[in-house]
Design a protein around this ligand. Sequence first.
Ligand code: CO
Length: 151
Amino acid sequence: MRQLQFFATLLLMNASVQFANADECVVAIDAGDALSYSKQAITIPSSCASATINFTHNGSLPAAVMGHNWVLAKTADLQGIQNDGNVAGMSGGYLKDGDSRILAATNIIGGGESASITFPTKSLEAGGDYSFFCTVMSHSVVMKGSFTISG
Ligand code: CO
């Protein structure tokens, strides 16, 4: 009996090493009528083939007044993406069309709206310096957090 338990434990350990719990690959993050996200940091295990961000605006102001998006990029690219996003403006989703520096991005959402994005993590470097941020009206100055692929 004791031996069986031992082997069962080994099997469980093995399974957890090889396959990420699907829940670890899905992150819920909110924003409201202020310039902040509900999380300052997001970590996704490298064992996740893809990551899903479920982004909710739980405020009441419309997108034209207090819109938010969720954009992922190398931290070093944040400012350049923001600068070009400002040129694109609201009609361009505050992102330059076809900007290859953008690794993932949602649409702009307003109060009561939500957006979800799933993207492959294969090309992201474990331990690399990534940030998520909002490019609407230069919110990224304060509205940002760190994004890490662990393991
Ligand atoms: Co914002």
